[in-house]
Design a protein around this ligand. Structure first.
Ligand code: GLN
Length: 188
């Protein structure tokens, strides 16, 4: 059985857990979800979700327990699959775990949050509802795009790491969570 860790320091965590459960049902897989709060929680997880929220607050919250350093080590040493959304994508880029650079709050302030149909190449090719909340923007095109808002890349996959500037956990479309579980399943 797969164990999927969700970083619990700050941000949209419960929604990701719900989406993971739905994705597991769709794939007919059994998973156990582990809430990650301290570095030892990362032991033995097969995949990780880094939720959106506020990346600065997350880094501050992580200091006392060193959670993120442990996550980055697992990503580098064991290449476990990671799905990072919004602030999670920012952390992945800041760590150099994806090459694509990212700019915080690049669409403007809270009032500039928006929803829009986007195109994705994960799972089936149906349109996806992109929810952008004080979203970051990838700075240059990526060689590994998997989601587009018009012509702009809003999701990348580099190896076993996926970074999205929008919030799939706020929709009822579980393709991205299904990707994470399938990816983790390949090594088990
Ligand atoms: N603006 C946030 C940040 O810079 C990200 C927003 C989000 O995760 N919805 O960390």
């Amino acid at each position: 059985m797969l164990t999927v860790g969700v970083a619990m320091l700050q941000g949209a965590r419960n929604e990701h857990m719900y989406s993971l459960r739905k994705a597991a049902q769709n794939l007919d897989m059994e998973i156990s979800i582990r809430e990650l709060r301290k570095s030892t929680d990362v032991d033995g997880v097969d995949a990780i979700v880094l939720p959106g929220g506020e990346s600065t607050a997350m880094k501050i919250a992580s200091r006392s327990e060193n959670l993120y350093n442990e996550i980055w080590q697992r990503a580098r040493n064991d290449s476990i699959p990671i799905l990072g959304t919004c602030a999670g994508a920012i952390l992945l880029s800041q760590q150099g775990l994806i090459e694509t650079e990212i700019e915080r709050n690049a669409f403007g302030r809270q009032k500039d949050s928006f929803q829009s149909e986007i195109r994705v190449s994960v799972g089936n090719n149906e349109k996806f509802q992109g929810v952008f909340i004080r979203a970051p923007r990838f700075l240059k095109g990526s060689d590994h795009p998997i989601a587009w808002l018009s012509d702009e890349v809003v999701g990348v996959r580099e190896g076993r790491i996926m970074a999205l500037t929008f919030h799939p956990e706020l929709t009822e479309d579980y393709r991205f969570h299904e990707w994470l579980l399938s990816e983790a399943n390949h090594t088990n």
